[in-house]
Design a protein around this ligand. Structure first.
Ligand SMILES: Cc1cc2nc3c(=O)[nH]c(=O)nc-3n(C[C@H](O)[C@H](O)[C@H](O)COP(=O)(O)OP(=O)(O)OC[C@H]3O[C@@H](n4cnc5c(N)ncnc54)[C@H](O)[C@@H]3O)c2cc1C
Length: 314
């Protein structure tokens, strides 16, 4: 009797949750997918399901979604998918991909407004065609403009904060706020922004010579192809560089190239990449990260910090 009552309570909670999820996405014009396998949305090809994944049609659709999710008290997580390790049980609530927000507009004074879902490679291609310099440092970063702002993505040639002029954010209550770069605190792989979904960003570039810009980009892409395991799924660099050192060098020096747990492997091309050799789970990657951190700490005393973002439920 007691057991039956418990089962009924659990079932009605589940139905209630489904109703709230449905209400959160009701009437949107973009794509909606329930129980969406996030391994299809991450560069690592790893991750359990999102309760619901939404690709809003435009900024108005984002506003409607955040208002409805807020009213249903459901969490929202936005992704591009290239710096994430999504745990095996996935993400509860609403996951948003800006895959449909891909417009780029050129404004006066060599400024580009890029919607949040524009891929960095696409934006660099656009800048090259318009002979605009200032994004060459980002050649080969696969993330979206929104993800690159949030992460203050960067390379040894530069970082996002060098180009950002302002950021458009949709707050959890559905307000649209344009935040000037001087009001944002950028640090190593981090930008302190108001809470919300980054819908787009203005980038301040400068007139340049097309062939010069193209050459820097091509050279950097070649360098990446030569030094990084780009043919295999990964989330880019796993660890932040320790002060005045490189995480790749430290992991390699600890003898960890090729170390693996299941199909998760420390790349033998670049030791700060963990690659998915086929069917790695988040559990495998986390076990490997633990092993790497422990061995590096034991051999060098350095405590490596994660650069990739760990999200979702185990
Ligand atoms: C092969 C490879 C090479 C890489 N090389 C580099 C490199 O050289 N330098 C570098 O910095 N990174 C690199 N990365 C990592 C990654 O591309 C960057 O961190 C990028 O900034 C992540 O963008 P994303 O859109 O994929 O965001 P995600 O990885 O999905 O998310 C990163 C963070 O941003 C948040 N976010 C994403 N979109 C939004 C949004 N619309 N609104 C609010 N929050 C949002 C997420 O919630 C999360 O907290 C590499 C990755 C790969 C796979």
């Amino acid at each position: 009797m007691v057991r039956r009552r418990k089962t009924n309570v659990a079932a009605s909670r589940g139905t209630d949750r489904q109703d709230r999820l449905r209400s959160a996405v009701a009437g949107l014009r973009g794509a909606v997918r329930f129980n969406a396998p996030l391994k299809e949305y991450t560069s690592f090809h790893i991750g359990g399901p999102a309760d619901v994944l939404v690709e809003p049609a435009d900024t108005e659709d984002i506003i409607q979604l955040v208002r409805q999710a807020h009213a249903q008290k459901l969490p929202i997580f936005a992704l591009g998918g290239t710096n994430l390790l999504v745990r095996d049980k996935g993400i509860r609530g609403v996951v948003v991909s800006l895959a449909k927000l891909r417009a780029i507009k050129e404004e006066a004074g060599s400024v580009l407004y890029a919607e949040g879902g524009v891929g960095m490679p696409t934006l660099i291609g656009y800048a090259i065609r318009r002979s605009l310099a200032g994004l060459e440092w980002a050649a080969g970063i696969p993330g979206t403009v929104a993800g690159c702002v949030v992460m203050n993505a960067g390379t040894r040639l530069g970082e996002m904060k060098d180009a950002v002029k302002a950021v458009r954010i949709v707050t959890p209550t559905g307000a649209v706020v344009d935040c000037a770069a001087h009001d944002i605190v950028f640090s190593y792989r981090r930008a302190q922004l108001p809470e919300g979904i980054v819908a787009g960003a203005w980038l301040q570039l400068k007139p340049g010579v097309r062939s010069d810009i193209e050459k820097v980009v091509k050279d950097y892409l070649r360098y990446r192809r030569d030094t990084q395991p780009l043919a295999l799924p990964s989330a880019g660099c796993v660890f932040k560089n320790p002060p005045n050192d490189s995480a790749g060098r430290v992991v390699e020096a600890a003898g960890l190239k090729g170390a693996h747990v299941g199909d998760a492997e420390v790349s033998d091309k670049h030791a700060n990449f963990i690659v998915n050799q086929g069917h790695a789970s988040a559990k495998d990657v986390l076990a490997l990260i633990k092993k790497v951190r422990a061995q590096v700490a034991r051999k060098t005393g350095i405590k490596l910090e994660l650069e990739l973002k760990l999200v979702g439920q185990a």
